[in-house]
Design a protein around this ligand. Structure first.
Ligand SMILES: [Zn+2]
Length: 341
């Protein structure tokens, strides 16, 4: 099981195009470029967290498995190379805090905000949370604490709610968070100079470089929905059960055709997930056209993926089908989810 990990390297080499907050009070103590880069990364966390929340919440009626969700995303300062700068940039009072809150989520209703520091969960101090759980052993040491905290949050939410003690600029308060039930799925920005997105069965990861390339949240949602679709359709498990080679030799023969089938399904489902969450499904066409023209046969277009023109045609077909479907409670039941056995 993968925790919400932040793979951290050379973030200074990245260029952030997101608008940055005005910075003051640093007194030259912190490198302004590093602070800006961290704030840019936090904004990407915020956007992906909000998009992911809308996708899993809006499509909940069509997911057979469900998960409790609060709508906030945690970070551990220990994951950052320069911890003092990270703590300053993220506005944390201590080591564990919130970097993203989704609009209209339970966390938003509880008035939690990015920068809030988590001090205790159900009266257990963050410092007392055990990291000896054997399930955490596979995590790199620097991610073990955040993995332990996220597990503890999930367990508390599965039972009822979680009482959180949070602080903001030194002032503590206690809030009770009651989750909503949504489709399963986690979302994270992975710091990388590559443009890529992955789905591991549980987590959707989008690199910072790709996230900066999206022109708007609809394009961002197109890629998040494609990766989420892989997870909801359990493609990882299915391809593993079929012993599909996803390495170099997966580019040929039966493995390639099975991967391609999974890619087509993810593309087809993605536009339904987007529409139900209030995103413009045509953004998938806009994004892949722009990406395809600029990248040609790039990372998303190996022999296991359709070339971009074919993908665009597939989106057009699917959106045409959606136009003929009667909405149920304002939503379009996705055939790929509702006809699953
Ligand atoms: Zn894919």
């Amino acid at each position: 099981m993968k925790a919400m990990t932040r793979i951290w390297f050379s973030f200074l080499a990245l260029t952030f195009t997101a608008p940055l907050l005005a910075q003051d009070g640093a007194d030259g103590q912190f490198d302004a470029g590093a602070v800006e880069a961290l704030k840019g990364l936090q904004l990407l966390d915020q956007r992906l967290n909000a998009i992911g929340y809308r996708l899993v919440d809006a499509n909940a009626p069509y997911c057979d498995q469900k998960a409790p969700r609060t709508g906030f995303f945690l970070n551990d300062i220990a994951q950052y190379a320069d911890q003092e700068t990270a703590r300053y940039a993220l506005g944390f009072d201590d080591m564990i805090g919130i970097t993203a809150v989704a609009a209209d989520s339970p966390a938003d209703s509880a008035k939690l905000m990015p920068g809030d520091t988590i001090q205790a969960i159900n009266n257990m101090s963050i410092d007392e949370i055990s990291m000896d759980d054997p399930q955490l052993a596979s995590e790199p040491p620097v991610y073990r604490r955040i993995a332990a905290i996220n597990r503890m949050m999930e367990q508390a939410l599965a039972k009822r709610g979680a009482q959180l003690t949070v602080s903001r600029r030194g002032v503590s308060r206690t809030v009770l968070i009651e989750p909503v039930i949504t489709c399963p799925g986690k979302f994270q920005i992975r710091v990388s100079a590559d443009r890529s997105a992955t789905a591991d069965g549980e987590m959707v990861s989008i690199t910072s470089r790709l996230a900066e390339y999206f022109l708007d949240d609809d394009e961002f949602a197109a890629v998040a929905a494609h990766e989420l679709a892989h997870n909801l359709l359990k493609h990882n498990d299915r391809l593993n059960a079929q012993k599909v080679n996803r390495g170099f030799f997966g580019q040929f023969g039966k493995s390639a055709s099975r991967i391609k089938t999974a890619e087509i399904e993810a593309d087809r489902l993605s536009v339904w997930l987007m529409a139900n969450a209030g995103y413009d499904p045509d953004a998938a066409i806009r994004f892949w056209t722009r990406y395809g023209k600029e990248h040609g046969k790039g990372i998303f277009s190996a022999s296991t993926h359709y070339r971009w023109k074919k993908r665009v045609k597939l989106f057009e077909e699917e959106i045409a089908i959606m136009a003929t479907i009667e909405r149920v409670d304002g939503k379009l039941p996705p055939p790929l989810l509702t006809s699953q056995d």
